[in-house]
Design a protein around this ligand. Structure first.
Ligand SMILES: [Mn+2]
Length: 357
């Protein structure tokens, strides 16, 4: 069954936003526990994040069982289902990403998180294994009707700008640094780090019935800030599944990012992996263009035929959750919410029309 969900950032995990999700017809929630998007109750992705998403406030504060349990009860009190956590906090796994001295200690903490998720029946953990992280976007009123939207134009930024020490995943975890920068990281090195992580974490995920799903690199450039990126092409993303056969090893299928890649065919990829239960949840969003230049678009206007994508999922009897991920922000008092409501309405209508076919 194709289910409709909404992703909520840490700052907007509130009763009103659970009501908002329910009102728009969502049944499932994808939770972000990382405090990275600025703007409080009016989160905005179209601000300038070239200097980072800010400093994580969760140093030495791992997610506890009680905290997760309370949030689950809150979500369920609104008649909603907690489908997934999206993203580890950079402060909880920076040395896993950077191959630093606290790597194994941090992996133990990640294992505990997966055990809590198993106990609480939260079936999916989305992660994004990236050093430069989401970086290089610019926000402009370049969407339909001058909607503020995310644009990526490789030529407009210095892509070689090194990452400061104390930052990873485009977020600062240690502000007490002297301006030193990270050494370049090769493709071979980053794949080894991913493998080390998967070998230790997937067995625990499997044991706890949690699917561990990887987000592709956004923006999908082979390299950014002198560090190689894992999943910048369909063929690289597919390689992930061949690393480890665990049924817990899967995709956080971001349609926008996958469409921005220059190889492959998004319908074919969706068809193959929705058949085999390798997709945790789907970022159902649209885009115009590909790297090195694209902009994010409203769900109904981009390069992807979203209805065709839905028909593929329907034909394969795919069981999972779609969330809008990003949308252009609409001009009004609540630009993020209006954009989300627009996307959710489109998605709900489209899903309903499939069942009539
Ligand atoms: Mn995404």
């Amino acid at each position: 069954m194709i289910n409709l969900g909404l992703g909520l950032y840490k700052s907007i995990l509130t009763d009103d936003n659970f009501r908002f999700a329910k009102q728009a017809g969502a049944t499932h929630i994808v939770v972000q526990l990382v405090d990275y998007v600025k703007g409080g109750d009016n989160p905005s992705l179209t601000q300038n994040y070239l200097g980072g998403w800010g400093t994580t406030q969760n140093e030495n504060k791992p997610w506890t069982y009680d905290q997760l349990k309370a949030l689950k009860q809150q979500i369920e009190s609104h008649g909603l289902i907690w489908e997934a956590i999206e993203n580890f906090d950079p402060t909880h796994w920076y040395d896993v990403l950077l191959d630093g001295p606290k790597k194994d200690e941090q992996l133990e903490q990640i294992k505990r998180t997966l055990q809590y998720m198993g106990k609480l029946d939260i079936p999916v953990m989305g992660y994004y294994f990236s050093l430069a992280g989401v970086w290089g976007w610019t926000g402009k009123p370049s969407g339909r009707g001058e909607a503020r939207s995310i644009e990526f134009e490789a030529g407009a930024i210095d892509m070689q700008q090194p990452i400061p020490v104390g930052m990873v995943w485009n977020m600062t975890y240690d502000p007490e640094q002297d301006g030193a920068t990270l050494a370049p990281v090769s493709r071979q090195e980053i794949w080894q780090r991913l493998e080390y992580f998967l070998d230790r974490i997937l067995p625990v995920a499997e044991e706890n019935n949690v699917k561990l799903v990887a987000h592709p690199d956004d923006p999908p450039m082979p390299e950014l800030r002198q560090t190689a990126r894992l999943f910048y092409a369909h063929k690289e993303y597919e390689k992930l599944l061949s690393l480890n056969n665990s049924p817990a090893n899967g995709f956080e299928f971001c349609m926008g990012t996958l469409q921005e890649m220059t190889d492959g065919d998004i319908y074919d990829l969706l068809d193959r992996y929705s058949k085999t239960d390798r997709i945790g949840y789907i970022h159902f969003r649209n885009v115009i263009g590909k790297v090195p230049h694209y902009r994010e678009a409203f769900v109904d206007e981009g390069d992807i035929d979203m209805i065709r994508a839905l028909r593929i999922l329907n034909k394969n009897n795919w069981d999972g959750v779609l969330i809008p991920d990003h949308t252009p922000e609409m001009t009004c008092g609540a630009p993020w919410h209006a954009g989300m409501a627009y996307a959710l309405g489109f998605m709900r209508g489209a899903i309903k029309s499939l069942s009539d076919e």
